[in-house]
Ligand binder design. Structure first.
Ligand code: SF4
Ligand code: FES
Length: 253
């Protein structure tokens, strides 16, 4: 198939940026979206032009690096799919595809389609870990956890940190991401020792990075490629207010 691409080009963080139109020719249905961009970049390189800069790593849907807004939707038109797992059979011959970077003040554009997501790393560093020695991996039946709780913790832990939830949200809220990272520890025994301090520290860092607030539109859940649920946000709010209202002394002693 042949496609018209309107691609966001931006030289650096200071540049205003603009859309540039390219033609993608002889694209096969079974190519991934990133392979299609590879072909466009090969053409640009052959012509001596600067290739389109975009983030990617695993190309298997697990690392969270790929990050394109495709025709207005983070990771494109398919539900539960990262950009690297999106295939060109989701588009049709002659279609125009608009490709933009994540748009959020806390994710400044570095170049073209790549944004700076180190704000997520700073939130993780604020508390997204267990700071005590929890020993070796216990036998599965040594710590009795109801299966429903174990499943919820596992589902929260599948967040790949891509930032599509922020890009989808009209407020650029990072609450789905942060709540998943808090929930994966809040639900299991190993995460209890720093439970309330973790919630306070990570939420405070999230606010300091300039992410917006949640107004329950649900866009984050709809666009999350791994299906993280908004129930995590409700849990994060409970963790945060419990720490603020009832455990302040414990947290700071
Ligand atoms: S919650 Fe979903 S959309 Fe947000 S960073 Fe995690 S995987 Fe990506
Ligand atoms: S490149 Fe790793 S999730 Fe897409």
């Amino acid at each position: 198939m042949n496609l018209t691409l309107k691609v966001w080009r931006q030289k650096n963080i200071q540049d205003k940026g603009q859309f540039v139109t390219y033609q993608a020719k002889d694209i096969a249905d079974d190519m991934s979206f990133l392979e299609m961009l590879d072909i466009v970049n090969d053409d640009l390189t052959r012509k001596g032009e600067d290739p389109v800069y975009f983030d990617h790593d695993c190309r298997e849907g697990i690392c969270g690096m790929c990050s394109l807004v495709i025709n207005g939707r983070p990771h494109g038109p398919e539900y539960g799919t990262t950009t690297c797992q999106l295939h060109m059979r989701s588009f049709h011959d002659g279609q125009t595809i608009v490709i933009e970077p994540w748009r959020a003040a806390a994710f400044p554009v570095l170049k073209d389609l790549a944004v700076d997501r180190t704000s997520f790393e700073r939130i993780q560093q604020a508390g997204g870990y267990v700071n005590v020695n929890t020993g070796g991996v216990p036998d599965a039946n040594a710590i009795a956890i109801p299966k429903r709780i174990a499943d919820e913790a596992f589902e929260s832990a599948t967040c790949i940190g891509c930032g599509a939830c922020v890009a989808a949200c009209k407020n650029a809220s990072a609450m789905l991401f942060v709540s998943a990272k808090i929930s994966q520890f809040a639900l299991v025994p190993q995460g209890q020792t720093e439970r309330y301090e973790r919630a306070q520290s990570m939420v405070d860092q999230m606010d300091a990075e300039g992410f917006g607030n949640c107004t329950n539109t649900g866009a984050c859940e709809a666009e999350c490629p791994v299906g993280i649920k908004m129930t995590n946000i409700a849990r994060m709010n409970r963790e945060y207010y419990t720490a603020k209202l009832f455990r302040e002394e414990d947290v700071h002693n």
